[in-house]
Design a binder for this molecule. Structure first.
Ligand SMILES: [Zn+2]
Length: 302
């Protein structure tokens, strides 16, 4: 599942490409994705423009210029956005693609394909495809009031929000004393944006065992945990998140010719059985914690 750094990367990439472009048409191929009455959904989007793209945790919030509405998009397990446009160079016309979200298959070239459930066509002929293998993702049109309700019901403060300070984090933990630290990191209502990969990386960075109860954390450990959240996520955003597999072969090129390469910096995720790179004797273990496969080093995490 794409986490905060991957969703932030998509947000930044798309904001530079689709904002202020007229939406010429919207082709909904799988109604299941759309959680708003289809007629209303199409009526609000057609002829409209995205004026800004925000994000809270893993939720994308597209502000619409007309009607004071918002399009909420959650990619869930396997959602992807693929933006494609043609551009001319001295050697002819080329198709360029930027994409983000779930791991991309090798043959992303054929679009739309059987996993394409929604297509935005813009007036300048560029297209934004929404692909989702498992169809858990959703799109919804809301007004300001509904948006605020969705956010307050299901999303805590964003982990990269400037207002998410150590003092705020301590207050959040006050209410979670009996909970396991990994579960709190994964709980989107406490702090929004952290999923399984970054939770493990953050806990490793802060030298805290994932199954510790909040009540057992000392003040300096809470501070370290807070710093690790900011440090790990910031670093991952700088590297455009983590992408797995060989999806960058062939004609796939992102807008800047860069790829999500935080994969090279992962210290525990998918490294079970390997020697710990942070201490001389540790081996990365994998165990179920808070219902998720969790990687850690018993030698350097306490
Ligand atoms: Zn270690």
């Amino acid at each position: 599942m794409p986490e905060l750094p991957e969703v932030e990367t998509i947000r930044r990439d798309l904001e530079g490409k689709i904002v202020r472009k007229k939406i010429a048409s919207v082709d909904v191929r799988a109604k299941k994705i759309v959680k708003t009455n289809l007629k209303e959904f199409l009526g609000v989007l057609k002829g409209n423009q995205f004026s800004k793209i925000d994000r809270r945790g893993k939720l994308l919030i597209f502000r619409l210029k007309r009607d004071d509405k918002f399009l909420l998009v959650h990619l869930k397990m396997t959602g992807q956005f693929i933006y494609r446009y043609d551009h001319k160079t001295t050697s002819g016309e080329h198709s360029r693609t930027i994409a983000g979200g779930h791991n991309l298959p090798k043959n992303i070239g054929e679009l739309p394909n059987k996993f394409t459930h929604l297509i935005f066509s813009f007036a300048d002929k560029s297209k934004l495809f929404y692909n989702d293998m498992r169809k858990f993702g959703f799109m919804k049109i809301v007004d300001e009031e509904e948006k605020e309700k969705v956010l307050s019901d299901s999303y805590g403060i964003d982990a990269m929000d400037e207002k998410f300070t150590l003092a705020v984090f301590k207050k959040i933990l006050e209410k979670k004393k009996g909970a396991i630290v990994k579960a709190v990191l994964l709980d989107q209502v406490s702090v929004a944006g952290i999923g399984n990969i970054y939770a493990d990386e953050i806990l490793y960075d802060s030298r805290i065992m994932p199954n510790r109860k909040i009540v057992t954390l000392k003040s300096d450990e809470i501070k370290k945990l807070y710093q690790s959240i900011k440090k790990v996520l910031k670093h991952a955003i700088r590297h455009k998140g983590t992408t797995f597999g060989t999806q960058l072969e062939g004609h796939y090129v992102d807008s800047e010719g860069r790829k999500g390469n935080y994969l090279d910096f992962l210290k525990v995720y998918q490294r079970e059985g390997e020697k710990c790179i942070g201490c001389p004797s540790g081996v990365i273990q994998k165990k179920n914690v808070a219902g998720r496969g969790t990687r850690f080093c018993t030698a350097c995490q306490k």
